[in-house]
Design a protein around this ligand. Structure first.
Ligand SMILES: Nc1nc2c(ncn2[C@@H]2O[C@H](COP(=O)(O)OP(=O)(O)OP(=O)(O)O)[C@@H](O)[C@H]2O)c(=O)[nH]1
Length: 414
């Protein structure tokens, strides 16, 4: 059964927690004891109805403050698919959490309160989803019950969003009018909106085609470990273990090891202690090469016929995640896959205004949650693909050398 990982984002009070609760409740993914606990907790509230947001608001501090403060993950499953919900908080200061949560999602649900239409947060979340290469966005127009289930209100919001999306790169956008509170169009079709001919949210999540999103053509395997037992039984054993990030590899294929550029052919592929002829994306394998070449952790094995970029000058979109600002000229460690190298920030061509998408030039420092284009110079050449072509080998992080803290997320470009 395949897995869909999606993120939910919206402003505070758009109904994110209620929507997730409704999805779990109506798809019968809640355990009986959880339900009982929620029913009890709800009774002490105003009207005694089951408060679905309680299901979702897992963190104690969240309940104390009444807002979501960190990324939370929830799992559920239907007969069609397994799901991981990444629940990102709505607050402006938590852009970095959304970047963290969304980086490996295939789909984003952008919640819009039908009464308010597209707001600042809609622009911000959509920009981040687009930057992170999320191909599928569901615009969930929620609280339709508060606008009399009006088709006009829904249509206007679709127009507003389409306009915004023209400045972004989101290939697939689906609009669904719903009421998370009442359950309209979440799992069950709404009777209150007969004018809506589309599918329900859950049905959309269950049926959307995602397999083609994984990059099938660019074989990339970052070496995690060189295995050389050098025991009496296995005197010559030498394998390179790692997880295939994208594409596939087969026995007999000519490969190149980066950054050294040395070449060989694959002589054997092991997975689960079996030899296989071919291995694919997301499989953990041990590759054996016909020639003895110098390979260590952090190297990237790629097909000789289809190599990534290799450069010491790297451009990227950056989300700055540290409370300490970034300034021009600062030095960090750049990590791509398993490879690490030192780098300095050579230039900040522009910062992105997250609401208007304008490029602001002449910037020399970046604050927490800022998004900007940066130019880095690295100590060692870095092997990478442009993020837009291959998320798996085009995403990177910046690490502060002294604290070892991740301070930035990068989408590498040409
Ligand atoms: N009328 C109506 N109210 C809704 C609907 N969905 C959510 N609400 C209400 O809106 C309020 C906010 O809902 P939440 O689910 O807590 O909002 P949220 O977006 O998760 O907020 P945070 O997680 O704190 O960022 C609650 O009072 C919900 O009952 C809806 O479809 N219709």
């Amino acid at each position: 059964m395949d897995l869909l990982r999606f993120i939910t984002c919206g402003s505070v009070d758009d109904g994110k927690s209620t929507l997730i609760g409704r999805l779990l409740y109506d798809s019968k993914s809640i355990l009986a004891d959880q339900l009982e606990a929620i029913e009890k907790a709800s009774k002490s509230r105003d009207n005694g109805e089951v408060d679905l947001a309680l299901l979702t608001d897992g963190l104690r501090s969240e309940r104390e403050q009444g807002i979501t403060i960190d990324v939370a993950y929830r799992y559920f499953q239907t007969t069609a698919r397994k799901f991981i919900i990444v629940d990102a908080p709505g607050h402006i200061q938590y852009t970095r959490n959304m970047v963290t949560g969304a980086s490996n999602c295939q789909l984003a649900i952008v919640l819009i309160d039908a009464r308010h239409g597209v707001v600042e947060q809609t622009r911000r979340h959509s920009l981040i989803a687009s930057m992170l290469g999320i191909k599928h966005v569901v615009v969930a127009v929620n609280k339709m019950d508060l606008v009399d289930f009006s088709e006009d209100v829904f249509a206007n919001i679709c127009i507003q969003y389409t306009e915004l999306a023209q400045k972004l790169t989101i290939p697939d956008i689906t609009y669904i009018p719903m009421s998370a509170l009442n359950g309209d169009n979440v799992v069950d079709r709404s009777e209150a909106m007969p004018w809506y001919e589309g599918t329900t949210l859950l049905n959309h999540l269950e049926t959307i085609e995602i397999n083609e999103d994984d990059n099938q053509t660019l074989g990339r395997m970052p070496v995690q470990l060189v295995i050389r037992p050098q025991t009496a039984e296995l005197p010559d054993y030498r394998g390179y273990a790692g997880k295939i990030n994208s594409g596939s590899f087969r026995v007999g294929e000519a490969v190149t090891v980066l950054p050294s550029g040395e070449s060989s052919t694959i002589s054997r592929i092991e997975t689960n202690e079996q030899s296989v002829e071919e291995a694919h994306v997301n499989q953990s394998v041990i590759l054996h090469l016909a020639d003895n070449i110098d390979i260590s952790r952090g190297d990237l094995i790629v097909p000789s016929a289809n190599q990534p970029l290799l450069s010491q000058d790297v451009e990227a979109m950056l989300c700055w995640m540290d409370t300490k600002s970034l300034s021009l000229g600062s030095k960090y460690v750049l990590q791509v896959g398993t490879s690490r190298t030192r780098c300095s920030v050579r230039a900040i061509p522009y910062q992105l205004n997250i609401e208007t998408y304008e490029q602001i030039e002449g910037i020399d420092t970046l604050k927490l949650n800022d998004l900007a284009r940066v130019v880095l110079r690295t100590a060692q050449p870095v092997a990478f693909d442009p993020y837009g072509q291959n998320r798996a080998n085009g995403g990177a992080i910046l690490i502060d050398e002294t604290s070892n803290v991740t301070v930035g997320a990068l989408m590498l470009q040409h």
